[in-house]
Design a protein. Structure first.
Lengths: 164, 539
């Protein structure tokens, strides 16, 4: 098979580039534990408001300072619509849907997870900067999809545990 | 006019009609978010329009155009199309399917977007029509494979012409891809939409969709690559730099196009990280043949530029025929695809994907790839193909020369702001983006307005294209058809069939790779005790 010299050089460059990309992905995944949100946990979407943690969704502060935010997504709201969390500690969002697919994205952060009926999605992040963050639904869920939003208010560390 | 030409033109005009309607819908969507009041401007109309734009552009325009190109290549490179009756059956099956789906969308009963993720539930006619469209494309695939086999039996010792080799790769990628779609629609969705089955698992359905959804992009891209490799070097006045490597490139697409779909589902629950990482690696593998394409086609263009008298390190670029709309369309497509390709590497980057998933970045991305690299190449080849098939000269040649540049400018103005505003957190596919006065959303406004201007420029470019193409058909007198000729390689391929011509073997290897990539995650999704969903139609 005829392969030109420069073509062969370029194939090595291309191979090197792709090895660099896969290497960077593998390194951050294995050494930095940077993974996409891939939680597997099943839940009955039709009994969310009857039993379990999603009946009264909100902020749970654990003894070691970690925070869990439980949220229910449904056409066209997140419940609760506004939560307070502390800056500087890991916050885990547990979100599920009562109806169709939704997206749970905290704009300008790395929290971005598909919310599906029947599944509990989890995403964990640590907010460095206090302030009010916008949560948007980024998966089309019906005619008022663009109105589905929530707010995460990140309080300075001193005010941690201020509740819902 | 020969029977084959009639076949090509019938598919071509359906594609052009779909493109015309979808272009108008597209500009409406781009303007919607600026807050300028449009007639019929409502959330219902917006999401209906997004559904129609996606289906008509991504499925109807592309599929019919590719069917037309497939017949043109088989007829001109291999000498004949086997079973033309079946080809017409395929055409009518796909047309009827398209009409049924379009009516279902326009009636407002199927506003599920072109991804139709369950448990959103459209009218059954939406799925039935889409199934017929795909069934038509399968008959087309059969006719294409049949044409190849007839030629192969008559020429057992010859090397298959490169254009036909590339189109065969597109056909085989399409068959492998649509198996996933077939399982999703026929096994999971149709019984559910007719009420025979009450529930469906949304994540399993999405997984089958993306088994189809990513190779779909290569089904669009490979016919464009066929134009880049086998026509453009000749149009530019040169030769194809490398025949042998090009054949390997197309085989690599057969192998690696499909086992990559989980990179669209990085944010999904219920799928393990290990499998997402495997699909990350296969996605980077499929970038290799595109990187080689970038070299080989550019090298071919350099040969052409130097043959035209271009001197020095970069002088050959200016010597190329930039006023030829086919050449300009493809050259601008290649520049755009370079940007889209590196954007794609970011999308596929496992954990980094969370920064862009389902944001406006994504619509910015695929308007560079399918919306320009593929669509602008197809518009370009129209200017080349139509006079050769019909003998009619193009009218308004200056408008034709301007059109690809207008598209490129409009797309930069549309796509770059969408990439940026996606990183600033704006989701895709939203009717308005005000978010109750949120200051985060207020920062998006200038980018949204810029992309709307881009949308208007794109529509002007579409109008130029339609004016030239439809006008030439109506006004220009019929003449003698021209000859369809392909680029000669610098070094001819070694004579005789080689291992790279063994399409059957490569398809089996590709099927094995799909099994390796998907068997375990799908087995897991189907056997996990869970809570499948009933349907919702919130539109």
């Amino acid at each position: 098979m005829h392969v030109d010299r420069y073509e062969r050089y370029w194939m090595w460059v291309a191979t090197g580039m792709l090895l660099l990309f896969t290497g960077a992905v593998s390194f951050t995944a294995l050494a930095g534990a940077a993974h996409p949100p891939s939680h597997t946990e099943m839940i009955d979407p039709e009994t969310l408001s009857v039993s379990g943690e999603f009946v009264n969704p909100g902020v749970v502060t654990h003894d070691d300072g970690r925070v869990t935010v439980v949220m229910r997504a449904e056409m066209y709201v997140f419940r609760p619509m506004r939560v307070h969390v502390p800056a500087g500690v890991p916050v885990t969002f547990r979100v599920t849907s009562a109806d169709v697919l939704h997206g749970f994205q905290i704009a300008r952060t790395n929290v971005n997870v598909t919310v599906a009926p029947g599944y509990v999605s989890e995403a964990t992040t640590t907010f460095a900067t206090p302030g009010e963050y916008l949560v948007v639904c980024n998966e089309y869920c019906g005619l008022a999809h663009h109105l589905m939003q929530a707010a995460v208010v990140v309080d300075p560390p001193a005010a941690a545990g201020a509740g819902r | 006019m020969t029977g084959a030409t009639r076949l090509v033109l019938a598919h071509f005009w359906v594609a052009v009609a779909a493109f015309a309607v979808a272009s108008l819908l597209g500009v409406m969507q781009a303007i919607a978010r600026t807050g300028i009041a449009l007639p019929f401007g409502s959330a219902g109309m917006y999401y209906l329009s997004v559904t129609a734009h996606g289906v008509l552009m991504a499925l109807v325009f592309t599929t019919f155009f590719i069917m037309a190109l497939g017949y043109m290549v088989m007829d001109s490179a291999l000498g004949r199309i086997a079973a033309p009756r079946w080809a017409w059956a395929a055409f009518w099956c796909a047309v009827v399917g398209t009409v049924i789906t379009t009516v279902a969308i326009l009636s407002g009963s199927s506003t599920v977007l072109y991804t139709f993720y369950p448990p959103l539930k459209a009218h059954p006619a939406f799925y039935v029509g889409a199934t017929l469209l795909v069934a038509g494309s399968w008959i087309w695939s059969g006719v294409m494979i049949g044409s190849y086999r007839v030629w192969r039996r008559a020429n057992p010792l010859a090397r298959v012409p490169l254009a036909a080799h590339g189109m065969m790769a597109a056909v085989l990628v399409w068959i492998l891809a649509t198996i996933g779609l077939g399982i999703e629609v026929v096994v999971l969705i149709l019984p559910w939409s007719f009420g025979l089955v009450e529930r469906i698992d949304p994540i399993a359905a999405r997984t089958y969709f993306w088994w189809f959804g990513h190779p779909l992009t290569y089904f669009w891209l490979l016919p464009a690559y066929v134009l880049w490799y086998t026509l453009i070097p000749r149009v530019a006045g040169g030769k194809l730099f490398s025949d042998a490597v090009t054949r390997v490139v197309f085989v690599q697409f057969i192998l690696f196009s499909t086992p990559v779909g989980l990179h669209h589902q990085f944010t999904d629950p219920g799928i393990a990280n290990g499998w997402k990482l495997v699909h990350t690696f296969t996605t980077y593998a499929i970038m290799f043949p595109s990187l080689v394409t970038a070299f080989t086609v550019t090298a071919s263009l350099e040969l052409a530029g130097r043959a035209r008298g271009g001197q020095g390190m970069f002088g050959w670029i200016g010597a190329l025929p930039w006023r030829d709309p086919f050449f300009a369309g493809v050259a601008l497509s290649m520049i755009t695809f370079t940007m889209g390709g590196f954007g794609g590497a970011i999308n596929a980057a496992y954990s980094m994907n969370a920064m862009i998933h389902n944001t406006a970045w994504v619509q910015g991305h695929f308007h560079l790839t399918v919306g320009t690299a593929v669509a602008l190449s197809f518009m370009g080849v129209s200017y080349w193909m139509l006079p050769r098939l019909t003998g009619r000269a193009l009218i308004l040649p200056r408008l034709a020369t301007l059109q690809p540049y207008l598209w490129f400018a409009g797309m930069m103005c549309f796509s770059i702001p969408n990439h940026i505003v996606g990183l600033l957190g704006m989701p895709r596919r939203v009717f308005t983006a005000g978010y109750a006065g949120s200051p985060v959303a207020a920062a998006w406004v200038p980018y949204v307005n810029l992309s709307a201007i881009g949308g208007v420029v794109l529509m002007l470019s579409s109008a130029c294209y339609l004016a030239v193409i439809v006008g030439s058909m109506l006004v220009s007198p019929k003449g003698a058809p021209g000859v369809i000729e392909y680029a000669e390689p610098v070094v001819a391929a070694t004579p005789g069939p080689s291992v790279w011509d063994r399409f059957g073997v490569w398809t089996l290897v590709a099927a094995a790779l799909i099994l390796l990539a998907y068997a375990q995650p799908l087995y897991h999704l189907h056997t996990m005790p869970g809570f499948p969903s009933r349907g919702f139609s919130p539109f």
